[in-house]
Design a binder for this molecule. Sequence first.
Ligand code: SF4
Ligand code: SF4
Length: 208
Amino acid sequence: MLGEGIIKGMVETARNCLGSYVSKDRLTTLQYPEERAPQFPNARQFPFLVYDGDDWEKGLRCVSCQICEKECPPKCIYIVKSKDKRVDYKGQQQFYPATFNIDISVCMSCQICVEVCPFESIKMDNEFELSNTDRFGGLLVHKNQLAKSNDHYRKVHPQDAAESDAALAAEVAKVQAKAKADAEAKAKAAAAKAAPAATPQPSPAAAK
Ligand code: SF4
Ligand code: SF4
């Protein structure tokens, strides 16, 4: 029938309009920004850098390997590697990003940077209120703005964050087990070197 779709749409609109007085589920709009719809766990906007602990600068997981910078299709990541090293979350000496910027006016939210990062350092955020009056400078996001805690990651992507935590814990356990085995082997070798050579005993024939 001609116009059947229009009539069905109008009936549905009327059902929602009248139903919204008795059921909240029938409300198709929200009083944004006072009210907000819950975000879906897989929602993604732009990347952020994860840090552990309370100090965002010391706790950044990024070791400045620059893989994400190379793999980013529109080349909107800009990293300058540090000259010195510092202790990372595994207790190993690592470089860190002296500069880490992302131009979110160019980023296409593809998540490739997240997929290629071997250090669980960069993840997708679901923050979407990023409008800015400075079209260029305001959308070039710097390291201090990109840094967000692991608790934030757990909040926005609980399942992925749990997997990430487990992977990092396994890494740390592996490094600690290796360090322990190396220390034991070193101690054993030192003890063997320090022990006096056994004094040779004279044979009974030689003693006569
Ligand atoms: S999400 Fe894609 S486009 Fe954006 S920074 Fe990562 S790799 Fe680049
Ligand atoms: S975010 Fe990951 S891939 Fe990118 S530089 Fe840091 S450690 Fe490397």
